[in-house]
Write a protein that binds this ligand. Structure first.
Ligand code: BG6
Length: 493
């Protein structure tokens, strides 16, 4: 699965080292990997930033960022982690910045070699200018391996994604490009592969003959924070659905791959995306809902509505919630609704994939009418806790033969077990060259194809914008997506 000989020494160059993602995810993940001795001695990190800081100033920023992120920062661990860093100051658009970077990368460091990973944790519009500058400075070639990690969103739509890919390939070969979707590194998503393909009792029932519908909810209680600039020009459909939620759909729906290597897994995911029924313009009103949060109370705290958040333009029509009903037209899933919803400022942070099974065909338990028997469910929770639950019926103890719900539940990570963030897994994969959890470009293309009719209709403001109170489960309009009166969103998990 790796395209080379394992971890090996390298430089990781983080563009946007003082940005939101680096602060909350990348730096804490690198620190945890360091503490777990997973980085090896020969790994150095270059933080790129605009601020005119000395290395010491960067390091005090780093320490504060780590402490705020909640990782346990002991002085000893921090001191050895700090040794890995260099700080390069400069404007991303200036050639001089890349000369400084070149000089920094050329400094001899014991055990660190010429392999370089460029991590672009920057605004999408800065991707190409940085890539071109790297090429001009000769930083994408020469001795050693050169890899580039590109964060989502990859483009704003199909045409811009294709243009971006073409341009990227003028400077980096496909084997060098790692398109990241951190949802694929989440423990539960990887566990889905194991649950489905390591258990003979699961796979035979994982299809339209037994499964009635699938719900995928990714709910966040946070608002947009300080990211109005990015978020308002993106919206939930681009920010979450085109990538994270569709990747979850593929993980649920894909066929068993021939092997777990990158090509086979990604081939199977692409087949799912290609089988998703095209969203017909006529149906959009019935199968999709967009909404914005209004003021409300989240976790006991009064919070403003989206339009009153700092940096959001007056009258913005950007959605902070999206819900969608999809169908996958293949043998396994035809006519099984897949309900997707995601939004900011919802009641709680909770991400769950729930599969509901069909009703039993016959009523045997006279004292419990069929309509009082819910179906079986399998739920896979991604966050806050990672958990798989199977809801079955068993006999209620006593003289009568009454069914009652039992839940076979596994919180599958004990407190003592290493609690890796998705970024830890994915950073290690980039270092070792394992591409199986990264996105191939045909996946990106197909995912844009799926959402594009909706992007266009929402951009043209052809469809209504619903509203929901911050702290709620989303707009009532999302209930109307149900294909059958028996289908209801699970709000309890
Ligand atoms: C990011 C989005 O990709 O995922 C954010 O840009 C979102 O808007 C985040 O908050 C959610 O990730 P997680 O891992 O916290 O569910």
């Amino acid at each position: 699965m790796t395209d080379d000989n394992g971890p090996g020494p390298c430089h990781i160059v983080i563009f946007g080292a003082t940005g939101h993602l680096a602060r909350i995810k990348l730096l804490p993940s690198l620190f945890r990997l360091h503490c777990a001795s997973r980085l090896g001695d020969g790994l150095a990190i270059v933080a790129m930033g605009r601020r005119p800081w000395s290395l010491d100033e960067w390091l005090s920023y780093l320490r504060e960022a780590l402490e705020k992120s909640g990782v346990d920062v002991t002085s000893e661990a921090y001191a050895s982690f700090a040794q890995r860093f260099e700080y390069v100051e400069g404007d991303l658009h200036e050639a001089a910045t890349y000369q400084s970077l070149f000089a920094t990368l050329s400094k001899p460091r014991p055990g660190v070699c010429e392999n370089i990973i460029f991590y672009l944790s920057i605004r999408p519009e800065d991707f190409m200018p940085v890539v071109e500058q790297l090429d001009r400075a000769g930083l994408n070639r020469g001795h050693g391996r050169h890899r580039i990690v590109v964060e989502k969103p990859f483009g704003r739509d199909l045409a811009s994604a294709e243009a971006l890919n073409r341009e990227l390939h003028q400077h980096f070969d496909e084997e060098q490009v790692f398109r990241i979707d951190h949802y694929l590194g989440k423990e539960t998503v990887q566990n889905l592969t194991v649950l489905r393909f390591a258990n003979t009792m699961i796979e035979p029932i994982w299809n339209r003959n037994y499964i009635d519908h699938v719900q995928i909810t990714v709910a966040e209680s946070d608002g947009i924070g300080s990211r109005a600039g990015y978020f308002d020009s993106s919206g939930t459909l681009r920010d979450m659905v085109q990538n994270h939620l569709l990747q979850l759909v593929a993980s649920v729906a894909m066929e068993p791959p021939a092997t777990l290597d990158a090509r086979d897994r990604r081939d199977e995911k692409v087949k799912v995306f290609r089988s998703i029924r095209s969203l017909d313009r006529q149906d959009l009103r019935e199968i999709a809902v967009r909404a914005q949060y209004a003021a409300g109370v989240v976790k006991g705290e009064q919070v403003p509505g989206y339009l009153d958040e700092d940096g959001v333009p007056d009258g913005s029509r950007t959605e902070t919630f999206a819900a969608l009903r999809l169908y996958i037209d293949n043998w396994r899933w035809r006519n099984v609704p897949f309900y997707l919803r995601t939004g900011k400022r919802l009641a709680a942070k909770s991400s769950v994939i729930a599969l509901r099974f069909r009703h039993p065909p016959q009523q045997l338990f006279h004292e419990t009418p069929l309509e009082n028997i819910d179906s079986n469910w399998i739920t896979l929770q991604l966050q806050p806790d990672e958990c798989i639950e199977i809801q079955l019926y068993a006999k209620q103890p006593g003289l009568d033969l009454r069914p009652r719900v039992v839940r076979l539940n596994t919180l599958y990570r004990d407190d003592e077990e290493a609690g890796g963030d998705a970024y830890e897994t994915l950073l290690l994969d980039v270092i070792t060259g394992d591409r199986s959890l990264f996105i191939r470009f045909d996946e990106v293309e197909e995912c844009w194809r799926v959402v594009e009719p909706l992007l266009d209709a929402w951009a043209a403001d052809d469809l209504p914008m619903a509203s929901y109170a911050a702290g709620s489960h989303g707009p009532e309009e999302a209930d109307a997506l149900a294909h059958s009166s028996e289908h209801r969103w699970r709000n309890d998990r």
